[in-house]
Design a protein around this ligand. Structure first.
Ligand code: HEM
Length: 404
């Protein structure tokens, strides 16, 4: 596919027409090797069935680069001074992954997530109170990001007075692009020493929060070490912050582009839970799952893959595959939810899926109820996509509404 050789999957041009490009790839080259000059070649997998295969088969498609070789892991691991923060379950396979996942599952329970509901509602109301009188708001920076970071911080048990530092560290950890290495190292070091101190405090005097629960989880005498706890907390922040915030941005953008749907949902908030599934399917904030490493020479979608090659499972494309959902390019929030891969599949299926669903439902219902006549300021085409590889969400989403 000659045209695809020149595609830069992270460029603005690609992002604004991503779903058209993916439809072409699914049709003509569903497992496609991208080789931009000066970059590592990467296989992009765009069909639903192949994406599922990749996510389910961690024997052939690993998350842990050490399964290829120690040298390969060192090459993929980036700067060694911050490597310990990356030693978390999303970067591990097999029994090492299962042990960490079992332990965190004991702390990150549905009961704990459901208990957050009234607090998430209160946070959403407060953020709109702050912006309210003006009738103007940037949904991304004034609503979606503060909401998702406060939720994670409170769930973990970060005290309110440390929230600003926590937010600064989280943003740097998530969005490393554009910052130099020494700034990142300083930020990681501050974050790690803060978290280690918090872990020790909770060990000494546990309270009713996730850090206390994680400190106490134990299975057959097996507990999380302080360094495992620290990287687990970093993972929860990275995995739960950008994803949920960008998804609120994507969902609001979609509703503004489908005003009848917006009005239907405003008048029937009970339909929001079903609508959230369709919004996740239609434009997920996780466009591609984390990179996988091919562990053995193998075949996928008629292509020969070699051990050590990199592979991207494009969940955003799979969600628009007609094999998964009829008329996939139509946003229909009333349809019985189509199966989707927005939260991944298999061993690494999203730990925070129920929290994310709840945040989305509350954020959207509160915004629609509080902001009558909600409209985008500027044209839909003026919206730009954030530069965060693999994720998808608007950089800014300025809106206005009628104030009494
Ligand atoms: C709309 C919001 C979200 C989306 C679309 C999303 C999507 C995903 C996807 C696709 C994966 C699998 C990645 C892969 O296999 O490479 C994943 C994993 C994960 N997610 Fe989410 N996520 C969201 C919100 C959250 C939240 C709020 C949290 C937690 C607070 C969270 C925590 C995690 C964790 C810890 C993993 C790794 C699980 C493992 O390795 O076993 N996510 N998420």
């Amino acid at each position: 596919m000659a045209y695809a050789c020149t595609l830069d999957f992270n460029s603005d041009a690609f992002r604004s027409a991503a779903y058209q490009h993916y439809a072409t790839l699914r049709e003509a080259a569903p497992v496609f090797l991208s080789q931009p000059p000066g970059q590592l070649p990467i296989w992009y997998v765009t069909g639903a069935q192949d994406v599922e295969t990749v996510l389910l088969d961690s024997e052939r498609f690993a998350r842990d680069p050490a399964r290829i070789s120690p040298q390969f892991a060192a090459m993929m691991g980036g700067d060694q001074s911050i490597a310990f923060l990356n030693d978390h379950m999303l970067n591990r396979d097999g029994e090492r992954h299962r042990r960490l996942r079992r332990l965190v599952n004991k702390a990150f329970t549905l009961k704990a997530v459901n208990a957050m509901r009234p607090r998430i509602e209160q946070i959403a109301e407060r953020l709109l109170d702050q912006a309210g009188p003006s009738g103007h708001l940037d949904v991304v920076s004034q609503y979606a990001f503060p909401l998702s970071i406060i939720v994670i911080a409170e769930l973990l048990g970060v005290p309110a007075q440390d929230r600003d530092d926590f937010r600064r560290w989280s943003q740097l950890i998530v969005q490393q692009v554009g910052h130099d290495l020494s700034e990142l190292q300083r930020c990681y070091a501050e974050f790690a020493s803060y978290m280690l101190a918090l872990i020790e405090q909770r060990r000494a005097a546990p309270t009713d929060d996730l850090v206390s629960a994680l400190v106490q989880v134990e299975e057959d005498g097996n507990v999380l070490s302080s360094s495992e706890l620290c990287s687990m907390i970093a993972l929860l922040i990275v995995a739960g912050h950008e994803t949920a915030a960008s998804m609120i941005g994507n969902a609001v953008y979609l509703l503004l582009r489908h005003p009848h749907t917006l009005i239907q949902l405003r008048d029937s908030p009970d339909s929001m839970a079903n609508a959230v599934e369709e919004l996740l399917r239609y434009d997920s904030s996780v466009e591609r799952a984390m990179v996988r490493f091919v562990t053995q020479d193998t075949e996928l979608g008629g292509q020969r893959l070699q051990r050590g090659q990199l592979l991207m499972a494009v969940v955003g494309s799979a969600n628009r595959d007609p094999a998964l959902c009829a008329q996939p390019d139509i946003l229909d929030v009333a349809r019985p939810a189509c199966p989707h891969l927005a939260f991944g599949k298999g061993a690494h299926y999203c730990l925070g899926a129920s929290l994310a669903r709840q945040e989305l439902e509350i954020a959207l219902n509160t915004l629609l109820r509080r902001c009558p006549g909600l409209q985008l300021e500027g044209t839909p085409e003026s919206v730009r996509w954030r530069y965060v590889p693999n994720f998808r969400g608007p950089q800014a989403l300025p809106v206005r509404w009628s104030v009494a």
